[in-house]
Design a protein around this ligand. Structure first.
Ligand code: KIV
Ligand code: ZN
Length: 390
């Protein structure tokens, strides 16, 4: 396995992310998002599943023609028609990858595909050999890998690498694994697949139990060097590993991971907003990194802390992810210091006695209204001034 300190970011917003939408994206919408995702400087972007519909074939082809920089990838089941559709749609791409996947778990093999592991391996090897006619950059993925016996995974992965796969992806398709268990599985694969050094190891984690980022992060400690993720974590069901979260985790915790990505982090927030609006998927307020509350402080103790030094309650600067500044908002939980700070900043400085009066009036108003706005505070300030002059 190739191992260094750079983590490749494989964005699948336009493939797995799109699968989560109630209405699929048009060709133009996909191109608009592809341009923004390319500007983020992802290494690989998976932009569709060409065999799934003529429209998706056309979208992949258009993106392959228009987008320079990242490797453009398309998804194929391990069947010749899918691989050929990928190869044809990706023809105009500067750098192209075909991602071939097949389920490996007994549950999927028996209940969905009705084949055994050997038949799945044969299909994978055949599909890889067809893909080689189009590109040397071939990803092979095990669907439902985390519910597959480790020895079965080792068997199919070794054959796939021998057939020409240059990246091997382990999908936690149903978000079932836990960090420790995943680490053990990945270590087993590294120790038992004889040709693993010839491929980059990748993971694709779903968020059914809220562990997609934690599992992806742990996989890096086990030697994985490609993370599959999506902007805002959109994807089937509860979604995928969120690109912005794994990227900022590596940036904020260099001390722990010692790894880096090439993502232009200052484009994270604008890209998140664009994906949210084009995909019609609102971002929850408390979403890590890009949610409306990610840099908003409400309680008095926290507001006092960030006024003194933002590092008290912010583990990185909002500007690093393209958010212009943090925000203090005012409720009955807010403190005197924050009110005084806000008034001073808006050109309404107060003496100690004045701020005591204003703060008492503020608390009454906050208990009544729930949220107090900037204009309420300036109005309290001027009312207080007039009272002082009376
Ligand atoms: O979740 C999954 O298993 C997938 C594969 C196609 C990679 O999306
Ligand atoms: Zn997936």
């Amino acid at each position: 396995m190739k191992s260094n300190n750079r983590v490749r970011i494989f964005d699948t917003t336009l493939r797995d992310g799109e699968q989560a939408l109630r209405r699929s994206l048009s060709k133009d919408e996909k191109l608009q998002l592809a341009k923004a995702i390319a500007k983020l400087n992802v290494d690989v972007m998976e932009v569709g599943f060409p065999a799934s519909s003529p429209g998706d074939f056309a979208s992949v082809e258009l993106i392959a023609k228009e987008i320079q920089g990242p490797t453009i990838c398309a998804l194929a089941r391990a069947v010749p028609e899918d691989v050929i559709a990928c190869g044809e749609a990706l023809k105009p791409a500067q750098h192209k990858r075909i991602h071939i996947f097949i389920a490996t778990s007994p549950i999927h093999l028996e209940k969905k595909l009705n084949i055994n592991l050997q038949a799945a391996t044969d299909k994978a090897v055949e599909a890889i050999s067809i893909a080689k006619e189009y590109t040397d950059d071939i990803e092979f993925g095990c669907e439902d890998a985390t519910r597959t016996p480790p020895e079965d995974l080792c068997y199919i992965i070794e054959k796939a690498i021998a057939a020409g796969a240059t990246t091997v992806n382990l999908a936690d398709t149903v978000g079932y694994t836990t960090p420790k268990e995943f680490h053990q599985l990945l270590s087993h694969i590294k120790a038992n697949v004889s040709n693993i050094d010839q491929a980059i190891l990748s993971v694709h984690c779903h968020n059914d139990l809220g562990l997609a980022v934690a599992n992806s992060a742990e996989s890096l400690l086990a030697g994985v060097r490609q993370i599959e993720c999506t902007v805002n974590g959109i994807g089937e069901r509860a979604g995928n590993c969120a690109l912005e979260e794994i990227t900022m985790l590596l940036s904020a915790r260099k001390d722990l991971f010692g790894l880096y990505t090439n993502i232009k982090t200052e484009l994270i927030k604008p890209t998140s907003e664009l994906v949210s609006s084009v995909a019609r998927m609102p971002v929850q307020l408390n979403k890590a990194v890009v949610g409306g509350n990610a840099f908003a402080h409400s309680s008095g103790i926290h507001q006092d802390g960030v006024i003194k030094s933002s590092i008290t309650y912010e583990i990185f600067h909002p500007e690093q992810v393209g958010i212009s500044k943090n925000e203090l908002y005012f409720t009955a939980r807010s403190g005197r210091k924050a009110i005084a700070h806000f008034l001073t900043q808006t050109g309404c400085p107060c003496e100690d006695q004045e701020i005591n009066n204003i703060y008492n009036q503020f608390l009454q108003l906050a208990d009544k209204k729930g949220q107090v706005y900037w204009y309420d505070l300036t109005s309290l300030y001027y009312k207080n001034k007039v009272n002082l002059c009376d």
